[in-house]
Design a protein around this ligand. Structure first.
Ligand code: NAD
Ligand code: WQD
Length: 344
C-alpha cells in the first residue's frame, strides 16, 4: 500500500516538480490547488512524465470545509507538503491583506485539519527571505531572522512561528521547514516548468523570455553593489534538486528520524552567483546572446545571500548537485518548448 501525501499548490512551479519526485519515490499523491497561479493541464504533464496520474482536487485552502472534504475523500493521508501561497513580493506590498489572508489562513486551516485526520507531518515552503541581508555569509539556519522587507516575506516568518507555536501547544503533528533559496530551471523533459502570469518579476523567466524575443531587453537592477562585479548575488538552485529535498524530508518525518518535532533546513547549493555571472553562464551554456542593460537598483533587493547547506547535506543526506550550466540549459529548453507549443 503506497503512502498517501497531500500536496497543496501541487500544480505550481515547485509543487509540480515535487509531485513528480514523490511519485518516482513510490508515494501516492493528492494535489489540492485553486489554480490561481497555475493550470490544470499540469496534471496531464505530470502523468506524461511519471506514467501515474496524481489525484487532483480544485479546492481553495481558504475553504476549510472543502479541505476537510478532501481528507474525507482520501483517508489515510500521512503527510502534507504545503506549497499553496501567493508569492509575488511586489504584489504583496500593493495587496498586503490578500497575502496575509491567503498565506496565513491557508496554513491555519491545514494545521487544524491535520490532527483531525491523523496526518503525521507537514513540510512547509519557507524562504531565505526570512534572513533579510545576513550579517555573515554563507548563511546558516542559526542566522537571526530579520525584519521582513515585504508583507510576503513577513507571511513566511509568521507561518514559521504559527507552526512552532501550534506544535509547542501540544499538537501531535511534526514539521520540517525548508528555507528555499532561488529555485530556477525546469524538468529535463520540458513538460513542466515555471509559467509566471504576465510580466515575470523573477530573473530567470524574464531572462529566457528576453532570449527568445518576447521581451526586448533584460534590465540588470544595479551594478553598484558591494560585490565583485557590482551586481547582486544569489544562490540559484535547480528546481528538481529542490523537489528531491522534499522527498527526503518527508521520508525523515514518516520514518521517525527527526531529532525535534520542528526542524529547519536551508535548501541551497552553497554557491553564490551574481546576476552578471548568470547572464554570462546562460550565454555560454546555450550559445544564445542576451540583450541586457544596467539600470537602477530595485527597491527591497538584498545585496547578497547564499546558503550554507551543510546541515541539510549531512542531516538529510541531500545535496544540490546540478551545475548552474545544466540548470540554465533546462530553463532555456523549457522556454523553447513553450514557444513550440504556442503557449508564449
Ligand atoms: P506557484 O505560484 O507556482 O505555486 C503556488 C501554487 O499554489 C499555485 O499553483 C497556486 O495556484 C496555488 N495556490 C495559491 N493559493 C492557493 C490557495 N489558497 N489554495 C489552493 N492553491 C493555492 O509558486 P512556487 O514558486 O511553486 O512556490 C511554491 C511555494 O514555495 C510558495 O509557498 C512560495 O512562497 C514558496 N517559495 C517559492 C520560491 C520561489 O522562488 N519560487 C522561493 C522560496 C519559497
Ligand atoms: C534575483 C536577482 C534582482 C529580475 C525573490 C523573492 C524571494 C523568492 C525568490 C518567493 C536580484 C535581479 C531580477 C530582473 C534583475 N520568492 N533581477 N532583473 O529577488 O532574489 O527573490 O524570488 O519566496 O522571496 O524575494 O529573486 O529572481 O526576483 O531576483 O536584475 O528583471 O536578479 O535584482 O538580484 P529574488 P529574483
Amino acid at each position: 500500500m503506497k503512502k498517501r501525501i497531500l500536496v497543496t499548490g501541487g500544480t505550481g512551479y515547485i509543487g509540480s516538480h515535487t509531485v513528480v519526485e514523490l511519485q518516482n519515490s513510490g508515494y501516492e499523491v493528492i494535489i489540492v490547488d485553486n489554480l490561481s497561479n497555475s493550470r490544470a493541464d499540469v496534471v496531464d504533464n505530470i502523468e506524461q512524465i511519471t506514467g501515474e496520474r496524481p489525484a487532483f482536487e480544485k479546492v481553495d485552502c481558504l475553504d476549510y470545509a472543502g479541505l476537510d472534504g478532501v481528507f474525507a475523500k482520501y483517508p489515510g493521508i500521512e503527510g502534507i507538503i504545503h506549497f499553496a501561497a501567493s508569492k509575488a513580493v511586489g504584489e504583496s506590498v500593493q495587496k498586503p491583506l490578500l497575502y496575509y489572508r491567503n498565506n496565513l489562513v491557508s496554513l491555519i486551516n491545514i494545521l487544524e485539519l491535520m490532527p483531525k485526520h491523523g496526518v503525521k507531518g507537514i513540510i512547509f515552503s519557507s524562504s531565505c527571505t526570512v534572513y533579510g541581508q545576513p550579517d555573515i555569509l554563507p548563511v546558516t539556519e542559526q542566522a537571526p531572522i530579520k525584519k521582513a522587507e515585504s508583507p510576503y516575506g513577513n507571511t513566511k516568518q509568521v507561518n514559521e512561528e504559527i507552526i512552532r507555536d501550534t506544535i509547542a501547544s501540544g499538537s501531535p503533528i511534526h514539521a520540517i521547514l525548508l528555507r528555499y533559496f532561488n529555485p530556477i530551471g525546469a524538468h529535463p523533459t520540458a513538460l513542466i516548468g515555471e509559467l509566471p502570469n504576465g510580466v515575470p518579476q523573477n530573473l530567470i523567466p524574464y531572462l529566457t523570455q528576453t532570449a527568445i524575443g518576447i521581451r526586448e531587453k533584460l534590465s540588470v537592477f544595479g551594478d553598484d553593489y558591494d560585490t565583485p562585479d557590482g551586481s547582486c548575488i544569489r544562490d540559484y538552485i535547480y528546481v528538481v534538486d529542490l523537489a528531491k529535498a522534499h522527498v527526503v524530508a518527508m521520508n525523515r518525518i514518516l520514518e521517525d528520524k527527526q531529532k525535534d518535532k520542528v526542524e529547519v533546513f536551508n535548501i541551497g547549493t552553497g554557491r553564490g552567483v551574481s546576476v552578471l555571472e548568470l547572464i554570462n553562464k546562460f550565454e555560454e551554456a546555450t550559445g544564445v546572446k542576451l540583450n541586457y542593460q544596467i539600470t537602477g537598483r530595485r527597491a527591497g533587493d538584498i545585496e547578497k545571500v547564499w546558503a550554507d547547506p551543510t546541515y541539510a547535506n549531512t542531516e538529510l543526506g541531500w545535496k544540490a548537485g546540478t551545475s548552474i550550466e545544466d540548470t540554465l540549459r533546462s530553463a532555456w529548453k523549457w522556454q523553447l518548448k513553450l514557444r513550440e507549443n504556442g503557449i508564449m
